[in-house]
Design a protein around this ligand. Structure first.
Ligand code: DMJ
Length: 597
């Protein structure tokens, strides 16, 4: 007798099953009918019993699985001499309390191990989604740049800046009376870094065809240097396109007459056509300004390096030598210096407006010389030691701020511009006089203070300047100080601190600022500054500053990029965020270097 062939679920036929022993066929044939019937009865009773057991006995499958799982963990600890075949069952149901506790402990360990495993898995997942978030942010940042650029392209092309609400071009006296396409030149390297190559080529074409410096226009030497020469040099170094170098040199030649003063300290402004220079009417007794004549070094050294003409290098080194010879009250550099007499004007010292980038360029002169310009490093170290002693204080609430020295006393007010110093302290920590940790910490404290100045507003955007006076901390008091004009300094500091610490708070703070800019500064025709960061319905100032594209959006982009994008040991950013490469020169001065003939 053979059983019917069975068809398993897989569809594969399996061989017929032989139920009886094949060697005794005769014995089977001799079974009588009654015997067969009794056998059948017994068989059916057995089957019924099995069915009953299957359906009605308590489900022990879970325990079984539990025991099996536990076994995996327990087996290494089982004492073979106790003879427990099934250690899981034995330990749980055994009478021995001590062993029971042990078992519980092991169980807890297993749960803990399971949790840890799950946590690791979750972390892995989180890593992935963090990457996704980062990619999203990259796109968002590009979107901001695209919005700013595209609208400038449509409504302001060739003008210096854009009025994003009136949807037309805009300019200020720093750029003179000509349309010099400041936004194009300032934005070029940001476009390049972000991979917006069509836009970059558009800008390049305009520069080739329309950027003309033979114009009867009086421009700010400092602004034109940091935005135009810095922007053109960075575009040249990044893209290798000769046109940018040519234009940078043409413009630099036009600035040289500004240095024709009795002392060699340049005028603040120069007419590009006539070469006639003068100073701002509001600057103390006809003075030139420290942050202006002291923020030429990086670009001018690069110009000498690229052209082989030492003239640029000599101009900035002359300024340095002159400053070194001067007396400094309390070791501090006053903001005003008369270019005719060579004497300080009003004793006003600030790490914010009027002073800021002078200190920045001392540090960066050392960095871009591949750390060989020790004279610059020493001047920087001396200067920040005096600044720390006289200007940096802690508020009652524990916020570190940088005040300003004015008329013999410390004004407890810090400008948005001074917030760049957090990044500067961090950048200068390495190579300091054995105080690297201290300066990194100081940088972090300044970053925190500046973040507070943002956080204590309705818009989560920082005011132009904020006070520390009694109960007032990191808040603007005067109406005239409550505006935000798309400035970069706070985000700049977040970026440097991020690079040096990788503390996620800096990305978070940067992201908060980006969201606030999107929410309150974005208008249909671009991005605009706001007049009062403490008002939840602020009026717009209707200006899209060129530094918003050059700096604010670039630092935001870098903040959410990897450290391998423009690494800081190869690139030094000028004060307008234009990256210039470290020059691997043989000595601290350019004379004698083959690059300078
Ligand atoms: C920029 O033009 C430069 O950063 C400069 O050094 C001072 N500040 C503006 C933007 O705020």
């Amino acid at each position: 007798m053979t059983a019917p062939a069975l068809l398993p679920l897989s569809g594969r036929r399996i061989p017929p099953l032989n139920l009886g022993p094949p060697s005794f066929p005769h014995h089977r044939a001799t079974l009588r009918l009654s015997e067969k019937f009794i056998l059948l009865l017994i068989l059916s009773a057995f089957i019924t019993l099995c069915f009953g057991a299957f359906f009605f006995l308590p489900d022990s499958s879970k325990h079984k699985r539990f025991d099996l799982g536990l076994e995996d963990v327990l087996i290494p600890h089982v004492d073979a001499n106790k003879g427990a075949k099934n250690p899981g069952v034995f330990l749980i149901h055994g009478p021995d309390e001590h062993r029971h506790r042990e078992e519980e402990e092991r169980l807890r360990n297993k749960i803990r191990a399971d949790h840890e495993k799950a946590l690791e898995e979750a972390k892995e997942k989180l890593k992935k989604s963090r990457e996704e978030i980062r990619a999203e942010i990259q796109t968002e940042k590009n979107k901001m740049m695209k919005h700013a650029w595209d609208n400038y392209r449509i409504y302001g092309w060739g003008h210096n800046e854009l009025r994003p609400i009136a949807k037309k071009g805009h300019s200020t006296n720093i750029f003179g009376s000509s349309q010099m396409g400041a936004t194009i030149v300032d934005a070029l390297d940001t476009l390049y870094i972000m991979g917006l190559h069509d836009e970059f080529r558009d800008g390049q074409k305009w520069i080739e065809d329309s950027l003309d410096f033979s114009v009867n226009s009086e421009v700010s030497v400092f602004e034109v240097n940091i935005r135009f020469i810095g922007g053109l040099l960075a575009a040249y170094y990044l893209s290798g396109e000769e046109i940018f170098k040519i234009k940078a040199v043409q413009l630099a030649e036009k600035l040289l007459p500004a240095f024709n003063t009795p002392t060699g300290i340049p005028w603040a402004m120069v007419n590009l056509k006539s070469g006639v220079g003068r100073n701002w009417g509001w600057a103390s007794a006809g003075s030139s300004i420290l942050a202006e004549f002291g923020t030429l070094h990086m670009e001018f050294v690069h110009l000498s390096y690229l052209t082989g003409d030492p003239v640029y290098y000599k101009k900035v080194m002359h300024i340095r030598k002159l400053l070194q010879k001067m007396d400094r009250p309390n070791g501090l550099y006053p903001n005003y210096l008369n270019p005719r007499t060579g004497r300080w004007g009003q004793y006003h010292t600030s790490v914010g407006g009027l002073g800021d980038s002078f200190y920045e360029y001392l540090l960066k002169a050392w960095l871009m010389s591949d750390k060989t310009d020790l004279e610059a490093r020493n001047m920087y170290d001396d200067a920040i030691e005096a600044i720390e002693k006289h200007l940096i204080k802690k508020s009652r609430g524990g916020l570190t701020f940088i005040g300003e020295w004015k008329n013999g006393h410390l004004e407890k007010k810090m400008g948005h511009l001074a917030c760049f110093a957090g990044g500067m302290f961090a950048l200068g920590a390495d190579g300091s006089r054995n105080k690297a940790g201290h300066y990194l910490e100081l940088g972090a404290e300044i970053a925190r203070t500046c973040h507070e100045s943002y956080d204590r507003t309705a818009l989560k955007l920082g005011p132009e300047s904020f006070k520390f006076d009694g109960a007032v901390e990191a808040v603007a008091v005067r109406q005239a100080e409550k505006y935000y004009i798309l400035r970069p300094e706070v985000i700049e500091t977040y970026w440097y601190l991020w690079r040096f610490t990788h503390d996620p708070r800096y990305r978070q703070w940067g992201w908060e600022a980006a969201l606030a800019i999107e929410k309150y500064c974005r208008v249909s025709g671009g991005f605009s500054g706001v007049k009062d960061v403490y008002s939840s319905t602020p009026a717009h100032d209707d200006v899209q500053q060129s530094f918003f594209l050059a700096e604010t959006l670039k630092y935001l982009y870098l903040l959410f990029s990897g450290d391998d994008l423009l690494p800081l040991d190869h690139w030094v950013f000028n004060t307008e965020a234009h990256p210039l490469p470290v020059l691997h020169l043989a000595n601290t001065t350019l004379s004698g270097n083959p690059a300078v003939r």
